[in-house]
Design a protein around this ligand. Structure first.
Ligand code: HEM
Length: 155
């Protein structure tokens, strides 16, 4: 699975529009993620916060949303540099494999991310070509995740 030059350009241009308000976009990403997968809240250290609105306002979620957006930004920024791209990806993947985050959970974040991009940018910008570019890029993350998980389990 490889990204074309056009895919990379689309990903960088669309991400530039979303990252302008990075923390807010991160919170919106997690809103979609937790609404579709309420059980995943338990994976995070939100202590006794149970209500989604409370969680979304908490400093803990804001900090996490910020970190996720920064990590995604550095993956997107280095999309043309295969070595740094892989290094960034591996860092994220190793820490999540160690936390025993399932592939399915990563897959479900893809849906929330694509949904966020469509909701924020609209169907004209997030047309079929843009959706396909993001889908391919995220599938590289999933593919690398699956391989790392298999290696981790067999080591
Ligand atoms: C592309 C997808 C993702 C990115 C870029 C990402 C990024 C990050 C980053 C940068 C951190 C903090 C630094 C670290 O420990 O590595 C983190 C922590 C964490 N992530 Fe992710 N993550 C992603 C997907 C997920 C998914 C799917 C889950 C589970 C449903 C998850 C659960 C967690 C948890 C539980 C922590 C620790 C939170 C804390 O202790 O405050 N992440 N993630």
């Amino acid at each position: 699975m490889t990204l074309t030059e056009k895919d990379k350009e689309i990903i960088q241009k669309t991400w530039a529009l979303v990252r302008v308000d990075s923390i807010q976009a991160g919170i919106e990403l997690f809103r979609r993620f937790f609404e579709a997968n309420p059980d995943y809240v338990k994976v995070f250290p939100f202590d006794d916060l149970e209500d989604l609105e409370e969680i979304l306002k908490s400093s803990s979620l804001k900090m996490h949303a910020g970190r996720v957006m920064t990590a995604l930004s550095s993956i997107v920024d280095n999309i043309n540099d295969p070595i740094i791209f892989q290094e960034n990806l591996q860092k994220i993947i190793s820490s999540h494999v160690e936390r025993k985050i399932e592939l399915k959970q990563f897959e479900n974040l893809k849906m929330a991310l694509v949904r966020l991009l469509i909701d924020k940018l609209g169907d004209d910008i997030m047309n079929d070509e843009a959706k396909e570019a993001w889908s391919k890029a995220y599938d590289i993350i999933l593919d690398t995740y699956q391989k790392s998980k298999e290696n981790f389990q067999s080591s």
